[in-house]
Write a protein that binds this ligand. Structure first.
Ligand code: PLP
Length: 387
């Protein structure tokens, strides 16, 4: 079959590959996807099921119900301290992912470059390619806690650069971008006339430090889309509901694209989103759960006898990016062997950028007892391959 060049350029995700391979074992501990075992608050589930039972299951406006957009705008205005309007600055999307796609599709012409910092959420690269753009990667290293400098951004800019994608807190590293860097990026974006897409879907899962966003800097509301989601904050991954906030013209363009991509976000999920904001936005229990899980897992990994693997102490999200360099295995071989021998599925670091083949990512999406068992098995596996 003659498939499009764009389709051929898009690479299947190795994380998904490991997730699919994990299915062959009944006793597998699957730590691949960022999809926690937690079910949403009952009020959220009730709102979704009542919407279905009551027949609130038709299309909504492409941008989403005005009621939910107004709720999002009020929440965003309160949490970010900047005033945005539901009918102008907000679009409801099919998860944060569709927000990212629509935001990119609205600003990229063929050959345009978009800067992303690595290790990165792999879908950025694919989405940029799907829109005919070219991803330009800023590499970072563990020694600097995966931070980058403003000079790195300056070096990545060419006359084809149209935007930079920021991700804070980051998947897969769990680290935050510093406020100083965000100040500098804002100044640079204004000076060079660049747009910013700021992916902040983990902003409520921070254990140390505070969330900060580039959109709060002067002049940035005019050139920034913040992508957010109900998936991680409210454990609503399968509801496929998210939102983006940004300048009116950019949002209008995303709404125009939305009509041709998904028509609208699922209506029952929009009602569930209203309940989530109204009833659960003060609830910090998920953050506490992930803090405990990541801390337990990280301390067990970092206490492994011979120091063959280690990770940074967790500060946000539910991911740990584990350095496996001393085992002598690359990330795919490590992940395949670990699955085969111990029935534990992790994501190979190479999926998050070429320079990260000495890492694997663990998503602490299961109960702490299971995670603890997984850490014991990983340490046993590492001992076996290094003796
Ligand atoms: N952004 C990042 C960094 C993610 O890790 C994810 C999901 O894992 C998303 C966006 C999109 O999530 P969703 O489409 O479920 O909102």
């Amino acid at each position: 079959m003659r498939l499009s060049e764009i389709t051929n350029a898009v690479e299947p995700s190795l994380t998904r590959q490991l997730f699919n391979m994990a299915k062959q074992y009944n006793d597998v501990i699957d730590l691949t996807l960022g999809d926690p075992d937690i079910i949403p608050n009952e009020k959220i589930r009730k709102a979704a099921s009542e919407a279905i039972v009551n027949g609130q299951t038709r299309y909504s406006a492409n941008a989403g119900l005005i009621e939910v957009r107004n709720e999002v705008a009020a929440l965003f205005s309160k949490e970010y301290g900047i005033n945005v309007q539901g009918n102008e600055n907000v679009i409801m999307t099919v998860g944060g992912m569709e927000g990212l796609y629509l935001a990119i599709a609205s600003i990229v012409n063929p050959g345009d470059e978009i800067i992303i910092h690595a290790p990165y959420y792999v879908n950025y690269v694919q989405m940029i390619k799907m829109c005919g753009g070219v991803p330009v990667i800023i590499e970072t290293s563990e020694e600097n806690k995966f931070a980058f400098s403003i000079q790195d951004v300056v070096n990545a800019i060419s006359e084809k650069t149209v935007a930079i994608v920021l991700n804070t807190p980051s998947n897969p590293t769990g680290q935050l971008l510093s406020s100083e860097l965000l100040d500098d990026i804002a100044r640079l974006a204004i000076e060079k006339d660049l747009y910013v897409i700021s992916d902040e879907v983990y902003r409520t899962l921070i254990f140390e430090g505070k969330h900060d966003s580039v959109i709060t800097r002067e002049g940035m509301i005019e050139r920034t889309i913040v992508v957010d989601s109900f998936s991680k904050r409210f454990a609503m991954t399968g509801y496929r509901i998210g939102y983006s906030v940004g300048p009116t013209e950019w949002i209008e363009s995303m709404v125009k694209m939305q009509e041709n991509v998904a028509a609208c976000a699922p209506l029952p999920s929009q009602y569930a989103a209203i309940a989530a904001i109204k009833e659960c936005s003060e609830d910090t229990s998920l953050c506490e759960i992930f803090k405990e899980r990541t801390q337990i897992f990280a301390s067990q990994i970092n206490e492994n006898e011979d120091g063959y693997i280690h990770c940074l102490p967790p500060v946000a999200t539910f991911y740990l990016f584990i350095n496996i360099e001393k085992t002598g295995l690359n990330s795919l071989d490590f992940a395949y062997k670990l699955l085969e021998e111990e029935h534990i599925a992790v994501a190979p670091g190479i999926s998050y950028g070429k320079a990260y083949d000495k890492y694997v990512r663990v998503a602490c999406t299961l109960d702490k007892e299971i995670l603890s068992k997984a850490a014991v098995k990983i340490n046993r596996f590492v001992k076996g391959i290094t003796k």
